[in-house]
Design a protein around this ligand. Structure first.
Ligand SMILES: Cc1ncc(COP(=O)(O)O)c(C=O)c1O
Length: 387
């Protein structure tokens, strides 16, 4: 095996546990505490002047994460922004990019779909006076055929780059090209992809994408989310959108009562609504520093090693069916298993933290920033002891 990526010591992990739940809530980077405390101190010391006089002024604080975030998802810096929550960002970007017209009134999504995405899409349709029959929902294996046969009815394709339940990785470039050939816009939910697999959103031609930061991006419960808008849309300030003062051109943002018109700034920043949550951005800074240190290609190589080692270790185990794709390039760092027994007592005994979804799905992720072989062994042992 390759050398362990030397970032494990940079995290607080639940003591005595094998923490395999990064697909749900990532571990806390030690520096997150320091960076949050620094902002609490600035607030105590400076009050409102912290907006411009703090060591890292709050007015431009969100800009500190722009470049590392863009690197992580393969975007140009102006195409990525940290704001809101994932579902809020999805609504904001659907408001811009779902423009039903004539025959092209449908949104195509992949199954299984995370409920929040489904609700977002259904309520967007309803908002435009369109019923649920305008939602086309198909398994990933049927996406290309659906695009070929019904692509001219589809306004937006919205897919999960890595599926939340199976861990399957989609071929983003291929699907984006297939959608564009049919004249559809192509958006992604990266909740399980950002920080898990290398991404090339700009080069793959993705139109828009959203992600959360509390899973693989280790930024804490309810952390500030991310959004990507391709420069071909972001550079066009006439793209319709829901506006707020933080998306306005910073040059006139503070002219409050003097400038009545909304003038969006270019780039993904032009979709911002509110002034950014500094205490939520601070942990994201800490986490992104570690991604920059470890680099995404090295993390991917290591996560494939750990996941492959785990899957070989449980090969042939009684009562365990592997749901995640077998081919390494088609899965992320999450192993998804269907089990014919209740694994919870043995997981508890071995100190393994992962998740079990009734009635029979176990999901465990091997996050190379802080997981290693001992975690692989602990989960394999728990499963062996369950049968
Ligand atoms: C695939 C997927 N999409 C959307 C969401 C919703 O995210 P949020 O609560 O940040 O809006 C989640 C949350 O776990 C998710 O896993």
């Amino acid at each position: 095996m390759a050398d362990t990526i030397d970032t494990a010591g940079e995290f607080f992990l639940p003591p005595g546990k094998h923490y395999l739940c990064g697909h749900s809530l990532g571990a806390q980077p030690r520096r997150a505490r320091e960076l949050v405390l620094a902002e609490l101190d600035s607030w105590a010391r400076e009050g409102v002047d912290g907006h411009f006089k703090a060591d890292a002024p709050w007015y431009s604080y969100h800009e500190l994460v722009r470049e590392p975030l863009a690197r992580l998802v393969g975007a140009r810096p102006s195409e990525a922004v940290a704001m809101n929550g994932l579902t809020v960002n999805l609504h904001l970007l659907l408001a811009s990019f779902f423009r039903p017209a004539r025959r092209r009134t449908r949104i195509l999504i992949d199954e299984p779909t995370f409920p929040s995405d489904r609700y977002a899409v259904l309520t967007h349709l309803a908002h435009r006076g369109l019923g649920p029959e305008h939602l086309l929902s198909v398994p990933a294996s049927d996406l290309e055929a659906t695009l070929t046969n019904r692509g001219d009815e589809v306004a937006v394709v919205l897919l999960s780059a890595v599926n939340f339940l199976t861990g399957e990785v989609l071929d983003i470039k291929r699907l984006a090209d297939a959608a564009h050939r049919q004249g559809c816009l192509f958006g992604l939910d990266l909740a399980h992809a950002a920080g898990n697999i290398p991404l090339a959103l700009h080069d793959d031609g993705v139109d828009f994408a959203v992600w959360c930061s509390y899973k693989y991006l280790n930024s804490g419960p309810g952390a500030v989310a991310g959004a990507f808008v391709h420069s071909r849309h972001g550079d066009d300030v006439s793209v319709p959108r829901l506006g707020g003062w933080w998306g306005n051109d910073p040059a006139t943002r503070f002219r409050m009562h003097l400038e009545a018109d909304f003038r969006p700034v270019r780039g993904a920043d032009g979709w911002q609504l509110s002034n950014p949550p500094i205490l939520s951005l601070a942990p994201l800074r800490a986490s992104l520093e570690l991604f920059d240190r470890a680099t995404m290609p090295a993390l991917r190589a290591r996560s494939l090693e750990l996941t492959s080692a785990f899957l070989s270790r449980i090969e042939g185990a009684r009562g365990v069916e592997v749901v995640s794709p077998r081919e390494p390039e088609r899965r992320g760092n999450m192993a998804c298993l269907r089990v014919s027994f209740d694994p919870r007592p043995a997981l508890e005994r071995e100190g393994v933290v992962c998740d079990f979804r009734e009635p029979d799905i176990l999901r465990a992720s091997f996050c190379p920033l802080y997981n290693g072989e001992a975690d692989v062994e602990a989960l394999a042992r728990a499963l062996a002891r369950s049968t």
